[in-house]
Design a protein around this ligand. Sequence first.
Ligand code: 5GP
Length: 120
Amino acid sequence: GIGPYDPQNIFAKILRGEIPCNKVYEDDWVLAFHDIGPKAPSHILVIPKGAYVSFADFSAKASGEEIVGFNRALGAIARELGLEEDGYRVIMNVGPNSGQEVPHYHAHLLGGGPLGALIG
Ligand code: 5GP
């Protein structure tokens, strides 16, 4: 695992407005912004406003409202950015095996061009 939630992680600072981001969407449940090191033509990070270290933590502890809010926003952001028609990929890294670097749950939304096969 990656331990308890650290309120000094970089995404917590972005949520508090202490560090800037290139915002694409915000509502009561999520903030979405461009990844600083894009791995696809469009690479967006979607993060919950609540303090969860990873998808594992979020899926176990978040309320139904938070989970629905997060997932609806994720789909809507992809649609509104025009990624849906040609398709996209969502990745959540969890813990050391995945290489997760930032210990605040985030979904990577990747699209805008062919992504290559990852599985299948
Ligand atoms: P992870 O490996 O934790 O799943 O992904 C962390 C992602 O956050 C990486 O793709 C990295 O480029 C991105 N990132 C790290 N620091 C910052 C930052 O300060 N601002 C933004 N916009 N992205 C960041």
